[in-house]
Design a protein around this ligand. Structure first.
Ligand code: FPP
Length: 259
């Protein structure tokens, strides 16, 4: 085998490998309460243990060339939980984000929060803005934390923006809305749709998460409870993803360029 040929094969293998790495992995972190209950602990102990899994997942994503890691940390529906759990969870998340801010900087990680920020306390909002500003120029992994978020809220917000644009005469009433323009009106604008969505704890539902954005996302469910989720579990999800054939409505032959 000539030198050029050898080099070409290597490059092809590398490209193939890179193709199998999802650009955006999203995680519904579930099972903290059950993890705590199994140990006779308060629910908040499960959330605390879950922070270690956030660290492991973030490290894994950065180490493996994943572009975006997004975490469903607090849903709109979670506001219906006991006040003490909400307060504890908010404090825990802000503490963790602030404590890890130098790690984010050292590892070139950009932090973004998406959700209905108006429902958060001004203290939490300010801390989030502070860390977003601090990491804004980082060019490595983008860590997106969904807080006070729901998919239906996101879609309704986008629809209302269209209505507002028409009312403000920034858009004519007979101008059709396209998928591309709607994408830009969502709160996730600029973030690619997830390639892979992982949900822990054995539940197999989307729970009002990224409803629009998950149109062609591959789903991976694991029985592992979120506080037990470690790099080897993330690896298993990526290995499963690598075996999937993403057809986007086309035939397998079209995808494999047989026809
Ligand atoms: C779901 O488990 C988990 C949550 C609602 C909170 C997840 C948040 C964290 C792990 C902290 C994240 C921290 C950062 C820095 C983003 P559950 O309480 O619904 O569990 P259950 O279904 O077993 O009751």
């Amino acid at each position: 085998m000539g030198r050029g040929q050898k080099k070409r094969i290597k490059t092809e293998e590398l490209t193939d490998k890179m193709d199998k790495i999802p650009k955006h992995v999203s995680i519904i972190m579930d099972g903290n309460g059950r993890w705590a209950k199994n140990r006779g602990l308060e629910r908040l102990a499960g959330h605390k243990a879950g922070v270690e899994s956030v660290r492991a997942a973030t490290e894994f994503a950065a180490e493996n060339g994943i572009g975006y890691l997004s975490l469903f940390a607090f849903s709109e529906e979670n506001w219906n939980r006991p006040q003490s759990e909400i307060a504890g969870l908010m404090e825990l998340m802000i503490d963790a984000i602030m404590k890890e801010s130098s790690t984010l900087m050292d590892n070139n990680i950009k932090f973004e929060a998406v959700g209905d920020m108006s429902r958060l306390s001004s203290n939490v909002r300010e801390k989030i803005r502070e860390i977003e500003k601090k990491t804004a120029e980082n060019s490595g992994l983008v860590l997106v934390v969904f807080l006070s978020y729901s998919g239906k809220w996101d879609i309704i917000q986008a629809v209302n923006r269209v209505v507002q644009q028409v009312a403000n005469k920034e858009r004519s009433a007979d101008q059709s809305v396209t998928v591309e323009c709607f994408d830009k009106l969502l709160n996730t604008s600029g973030i690619p749709d997830p390639d892979l969505l992982i949900r822990t704890s054995g539940e197999q539902r989307i729970s009002n998460f990224l409803l629009w954005q998950c149109a062609y996302t591959e789903f991976y469910f694991t029985d592992v409870l979120w506080p037990d989720f470690r790099k080897n579990d993330f690896r298993k999800a990526l290995d499963t993803y690598a075996e999937r054939e993403r057809r986007y409505g086309k035939t397998g032959d079209q995808i494999n360029k047989i026809n």
